[in-house]
Design a protein around this ligand. Sequence first.
Ligand SMILES: *Cc1c(COP(=O)(O)O)cnc(C)c1O
Length: 395
Amino acid sequence: MENKIIPYGRQNITEDDINVVVETLKSDYLTQGPKIAEFEENFAEYVGSNYAVAVANGTAALHLCAMAMDVNPGDKVITTPITFAASANCVRYCGGEVVFGDINPTTYLLDIDSVRKLLENAPKGTYKGIIPVDFAGRAVNLEAFKQLADEYDLWIIEDACHAPGGYFKDTKGDLQLCGNGNFAELAIFSFHPVKHIAAGEGGMITTNDEKLYKKLLHLRTHGIVKNDDLYSNTIEFAGGEEQYPGWYMEMQTLGYNYRITDFQAALGNSQLQRADEGVKRRREIARNYEKVFQDKLYIKGQSGLVEGHSYHLYIIEVEDRLGLYNFLRTNNIFAQIHYIPCHLMPYYRILGWKEGDRPDSENYYKRCISLPMYPTLTDDDQQQVINCINQFYNG
Ligand SMILES: *Cc1c(COP(=O)(O)O)cnc(C)c1O
């Protein structure tokens, strides 16, 4: 047991998962088979949205969403600096400009007041949209963001990669699941192995808007349309007589190949069956951490116990973060840092961002560390993590 490695997150592949993948590999389809539609249907049901579109990965999902919302060169879009770079990069793929808000130092989420300030200090129409992130698994209050977005005529793309199964309570007291499409035009998820649901690589877009849904289906597969009612070219040109011939299709807009494969969808679907169980275990682990750390003087902040949090990450803020990180590593515990502020990545510095621009995000980065958090983390593993941290600070 001495040498057991405890990572900050890991996937859990069961015999059932393996069996459905093998079954799919033996079927007639490697890609674009029936498992994709099945996964989409089940996922939409899980998050409570009308539609779901499975894609190659979470970054592709963000790119397609930015395209679907017509982000154009020069368009300004607001997001948080404390996120994986893809949340911002999707705007750049379309030539848009990323404007970072700051975080709320308690929730670690994009601070709505910092967004309001940006909007108030620019002529109306300057900004096109907001990409809030359910960072660490804590649901953004999208009802509040939607109200603000409506005031300024903005769209919302919810980056819910950390938060399948997460929710917030709206002003009526109703539970609003992350990605349910009630307050955001689009939401995206990732099925990278460190996320709640693993498919190797994979992503999902959810929406309640039928038009956007159809647009995404085309964009996912080269912008190709196969539907007699939608063609621009004539039947005659197509080579038909009374109707379009069987082979005919049209590429109508510039899309991509962002499809997922059938066997990945099968794996995602199988994992989805255990998603609730996983979130339940994550909440238990969070409860254990919170209980231990609540009265520790070396803890300057933590994820804490929050209703609806789905705990992709459990974060503590500490002094001597580097010392703790290295000490944990020598004990085979591989904690991680989420995230290096995106606006200070060299790529964004070249675009004009500099230190001091987003002080709450930068202060958070100096102290944050994400502790091991995944459903198969045992109580003994967790105790070992806790003991190690206590040992580092108390000797
Ligand atoms: C993982 C992640 C992504 C990107 O997903 P991939 O599937 O790795 O491309 C985007 N945003 C956030 C917040 C993520 O955690």
